[in-house]
Design a binder for this molecule. Structure first.
Ligand code: EPZ
Length: 420
């Protein structure tokens, strides 16, 4: 199995171009099922999760090919409505294919999705919302069998009891070809939802209010293909900025989505790093020692502090002066990386949803196993800041979400190798 060997102690310095967003690209690829024709999706990151999405599309008869960060799809001859358990297990995002296949084909069979182990990840809101849209759903032998009661799914008023990203996406994907109006109250406001809606609007969908808590969709009879460019990855931005804050140095991120990264930038700025932004650019300089962040960092749905940036920022705060406190409010089990950081010398106490980080003078190299995607990235950030060499294994977790992370880190002057 491959691993990363990282030798810390070098300051990072340079410019990198950010990858396209994983969490946009995946639902957009699912959405490519909806138009009866061809789509060209640009700025798509080359990741194992994106390859999984391509395998799902091909298994449904929606032709999908990938080259040079562009995905080409042709859904004219879509032939199947069933996604195998094996493909469903490859990633969490496989669940958004449910809404898309239902929208286009009026029926589908899926199973519980896989993905990072961050605690229980139920799909009850996805199921109850689709039921409201006139879909019969029954579970048998681990399979979830969905059939539209009438000719098309029906528009409905749906009040989510939590602004779930995946449930909001599934409802939108089913609603764009449904009969009538769908209103989603308490919808997720994440920028990746607006990116999905941007793609669907280019295909002819009628969607209003994305980016706000109430989204209104008027179903169309048909959609057409389009060309679309995926937004930059705000979590990859947070990751490279946290690495630079932790190791010290200076970074310019090009092709960045500045406004969408603001909830993270406003917190990392409190560590004493200099942060400035320009047209699609983010600059960060980490000079002297970092300071702890005084206020509790609460992960919240957008525009709150993103749960996906909690682990990587924690690595930087492990070497800050003073004590910082995180409160993880989205997932029950998102501190699994803390044991690896502790092995590297970090002082972290976890109590339920709270993690208390007392900054230490320095970290030291250690061997660690990536526990999940962002947790694995946090171990690279800590290893870059540490004295000595660290080996990080189970890096398939990291490859699910970061495009050639070792090349980006090396471009910044970091010492990282991928070895067998
Ligand atoms: C998306 O996951 C992202 N994944 C996650 O990123 C991200 O952490 C998360 O949104 C929150 O921002 C993708 O976009 C592919 P949710 P998703 O539904 O859609 C509970 C990464 O590292 N819930 O908003 O699964 C759920 O258990 C990944 O890139 C229910 O209870 O997130 C969780 O506690 C990890 N019932 C909370 O809501 C449901 O039916 C938020 O989940 C659905 C969700």
């Amino acid at each position: 199995m491959q691993k990363f060997v990282v030798t810390g102690g070098r300051r990072l310095r340079g410019e990198i171009k950010l990858q396209g967003s994983k969490n946009s690209a995946l639902p957009i690829m699912a959405a490519a099922i909806l138009p009866e024709g061809q789509c060209l999706i640009k700025n798509c990151p080359e990741l194992t999760d994106v390859y999984s999405a391509a395998r799902i599309l091909n298994s449904l008869g929606c032709k999908c090919s990938f080259s040079d960060n562009q995905v080409f799809t042709d859904s004219a001859l879509i032939s199947s409505t069933e996604i195998s358990e094996e493909l469903m297990r490859e990633m969490r995002s496989s669940i958004v294919f449910m809404g898309a296949v239902l929208g286009r084909m009026k029926e589908c069979t899926v199973s519980i999705p896989g993905g990072c182990e961050l605690g229980p990840r139920p799909i009850d809101m996805h199921i109850s919302s689709l039921r409201k849209m006139g879909i019969d759903i029954r579970e048998t032998g681990g399979r979830i069998i969905c059939r539209t009661r009438s000719e098309r799914p029906k528009g409905a008023k749906i009040n989510l009891n939590f602004p779930s990203v995946g449930a909001t996406e599934n409802i939108i994907l089913c609603a764009v070809l449904a009969d009538g109006e769908t209103v989603i109250n308490n919808a997720a406001r994440e920028p990746e939802i607006s990116d999905l809606c941007g793609f669907l609007r280019k295909c002819g969908a009628d969607i209003k209010g994305d980016g706000e808590s109430r989204i209104i969709i008027n179903g169309k009879e048909k959609l057409h293909g389009c060309e679309y460019s995926v937004m930059p990855d705000r979590i990859a931005a947070a990751t490279y900025l946290s690495m630079t804050a932790a190791a010290g140095g200076e970074i310019i991120l090009k092709n960045a989505c500045v406004a969408e990264t603001e909830p993270f930038l406003s917190v990392i700025e409190q560590t004493g790093c200099t942060v400035s932004t320009g047209e699609r650019k983010i600059y960060l300089r980490s000079g002297a020692r970092l300071h702890a962040v005084r206020d509790r960092i609460r992960t919240m749905p957008y525009p709150g502090f993103p749960t996906d940036a909690q682990a990587v920022l924690m690595s930087a705060l492990s070497v800050a002066d003073g004590t910082s406190v995180f409160e993880e409010n989205i997932f029950d089990c998102r501190y699994r990386h803390t044991q690896a950081l502790a092995k590297m010398g970090a002082d972290i106490q976890v109590m339920g949803k709270i993690a208390v980080i007392k900054g230490v003078n320095r970290l030291h190299g250690a061997n660690a196993e990536a526990t999940d995607l962002r947790g694995g990235a946090s171990m690279i950030a800590a290893a870059l800041a540490a004295e000595g060499t660290s080996e990080i294994s189970r890096i398939y977790h990291i490859d699910r979400g970061y495009e050639k992370i070792e090349e980006a880190v090396r471009l910044l002057g970091g010492d990282i190798k991928r070895v067998q």
